[in-house]
Design a binder for this molecule. Structure first.
Ligand code: GLN
Length: 572
């Protein structure tokens, strides 16, 4: 997209009142992907959702993941990126994070299904005897279950359900889902369904040409299964030429105007909805689905966000000290939340990814010298924890703004216990089951509290904010709800000892036994939280704690007289 962000004001699609006359029925959009994986189907689906929502439609988004795991929470962040946690406690695919960041649609357990979960439901029914006498098969039993969970989202208050099929067309794993969405079109009427296929148009530099063949083949694969895409969204490095568009249309059997270009974004993913709008996607979708009486599309706030991303007033460098830093998607929401806070302050956040084990080897100063803020995110297991503790000690002693999240808070508590209180053998029972001073431990290891053996605290929990703290200053309210994903907790038995030495509890559960936030009294900004605030940050509503952290980092930068130059490389 051009740097100059054009105002995209939607043409009124057509006058009218209801979305559909007569019997109100939700429309369905299916998003598939072809040629290669990682084309950004999730982002595209989320962007489309956002555009439709802004035209006055009530939408829901859903993703199918073709792997067999029943519990996506157990998968390694190295392979699938972060586990995104919803308000209701479900552990889901990170694309659901895009859905929540881009739209206001409720995102719940029903919005993410794996092949494993679909099969499990069918097998459980078979075990109960529901199919007595029948042969249980992929068609119709598995496909029926897939269709059931699609219908489940199409409640009377919903206008459009967008369903994203994970994986790439042509994969064996994805076939039952594709078969199910093919049948779905027959069941509800083709006029109520729209198939959007996201594809890649590679540009061959040597030939100086954009190649359409992979797209043709991918669409052929879809058509073999019986799905004729209505719209092709083409990821491309260079602008699509009219001749290429005509060729794709002809060979793929779609209208030329239904070939939509989605160019690689130069600055921020928040350009995606603007670019799709610029290429007429929302109007095309509305026309093809017969959606009427839509509101004018106003994207001025997003244009302002993109403007800020493209022309920041300065930069700020934040070190993220973690275990999965090499994998860009492992802390997806975290990096997004940092970006949102940067946009709020009109600065670009440069993330220095620091491997926690490197801090152990090279020392904190070598890894963290010169940064404006240090963030230690969540994680599991012992590897790298000593490096995190060392990084936190550095932040505390050097008075560098520090933000600890989940394991990051637990490490901050351990660091404080060891080096300030003098409990030299303080630890978490996760790293040392026989820790002499178990300042972090399982709930049932604490007195008077009963909880199932080591089960995960998942989803949103209330947290009371203690007045006159950094937490209170950032949030400006007395109670919040934040999302959790952890087993271990601050050991409440140590509360007084910590407070006496200057680590305050600034957020606590209404029951008074779960420590949700701690902070240091004698430090410019040192806040650590047991929950994951990054899951609730949106570009249009940055999370208060991230915003306050970046403000503190900016102040620290200014205090050291570091100029606000913006010549550094773009944050990823
Ligand atoms: N491993 C820690 C626990 O289970 C922290 C988890 C996290 O950071 N998400 O409590």
């Amino acid at each position: 997209m051009s740097l100059e962000v054009r105002r995209v004001v939607g043409q009124r699609v057509s006058p009218g009142k209801a979305v559909q006359s007569g019997r109100k029925m939700a429309k369905h959009i299916f998003v598939t992907g072809g040629v290669v994986s990682s084309l950004g189907k999730g982002l595209t689906a989320a962007s489309l959702g956002m555009l439709l929502e802004r035209m006055g439609l009530r939408i829901r988004l859903q993703k199918f993941d073709p792997y067999i795991n029943v519990d996506p929470g157990t998968m390694s962040p190295y392979q699938h990126g972060e586990v995104y946690v919803l308000e209701d406690g479900s552990e889901t695919d990170l694309d659901l994070g895009h859905y929540e960041r881009f739209t206001n649609a409720p995102v719940t357990r029903e919005c993410n299904y794996t092949t494993g979960q679909i099969y499990q439901a069918v097998i459980e029914r078979e075990r109960r005897g529901d199919y007595l006498g029948q042969t249980v098969q992929v068609i119709p039993h598995i496909t029926d279950e897939i269709k059931r969970v699609i219908h489940q989202l199409a409640t009377p208050d919903v206008d459009v359900v967008i369903t994203e099929i994970g994986g790439t067309v042509g994969d064996i794993e994805g076939l039952p889902f594709l078969e199910a969405i093919r049948q779905f079109g027959l069941d509800v009427g083709r006029e109520n369904c729209l198939y959007i296929h996201l594809t890649l148009i590679p540009y061959l530099k040597a030939a100086g040409e954009a190649k359409t063949k992979p797209t043709q083949h991918s669409v052929q694969k879809l058509r073999e299964i019986g799905i004729q895409p209505d719209i092709l969204i083409c990821r491309t490095e260079v602008p699509l030429q009219e001749s290429e568009r005509a060729k794709i249309a002809l060979f793929c059997n779609v209208e030329p105007e239904a070939v939509i270009e989605e160019r690689d974004k130069e600055y921020t993913i928040y350009e995606v909805p603007l670019s799709l709008a610029e290429h007429g996607l929302p109007q095309l979708v509305a026309r093809k689905l017969g959606l009427q009486g839509l509101q004018e599309l106003d994207l001025s706030d997003w244009q302002e966000l993109v403007r800020r991303a493209v022309h920041p007033r300065g930069t700020v460098t934040i070190a993220v000290v973690g275990k999965y830093v090499r994998h860009r998607d492992a802390y997806k929401s975290l990096y997004e939340a940092l970006d949102h806070a940067g946009l709020a302050h009109e600065v670009r956040v440069i993330v220095r990814r620091v491997e926690a084990e490197e801090v152990e080897e090279k020392g904190a100063d070598a890894c963290l010298g010169g940064v404006d803020g240090i963030l230690v995110p969540g994680g599991f297991g012992t590897r790298g924890t000593e490096g995190k503790v060392e990084a936190i000690r550095y932040a505390r002693e050097q008075k560098i703004p520090f933000f600890g999240i989940c394991l990051g808070m637990q490490c901050a508590v351990i660091e404080f216990a060891r080096h300030v209180i003098g409990l030299t053998r303080a630890s978490s029972t996760e790293f040392d089951p026989d820790a002499l001073s178990p300042v972090i431990c399982l709930m049932e290891e604490q007195r008077q509290v009963t909880m199932k053996g080591g089960s995960m605290r998942l989803g949103a929990y209330p947290c009371r904010i203690v007045p006159a703290t950094r937490a209170a200053e950032a949030y400006g309210v007395s109670e919040v709800r934040e999302r959790h994903r952890h087993r271990y907790e601050f050991n409440i038995a140590y509360r007084e000892l910590f407070e006496k030495h200057g680590m305050l509890i600034s957020g606590i559960s209404p029951t008074g036994d779960l420590v949700e936030m701690v902070e240091l009294r004698d430090h410019p900004w040192f806040v650590a939280v047991q929950f994951h605030p990054e899951f609730k940050s949106k570009p249009t509503a940055p999370h208060p704690l991230f915003k306050a952290f970046i403000a503190a980092a900016l102040a620290y930068r200014q205090q050291r007289g570091i100029p606000q130059e913006v010549s550094q490389p773009l944050a990823e």
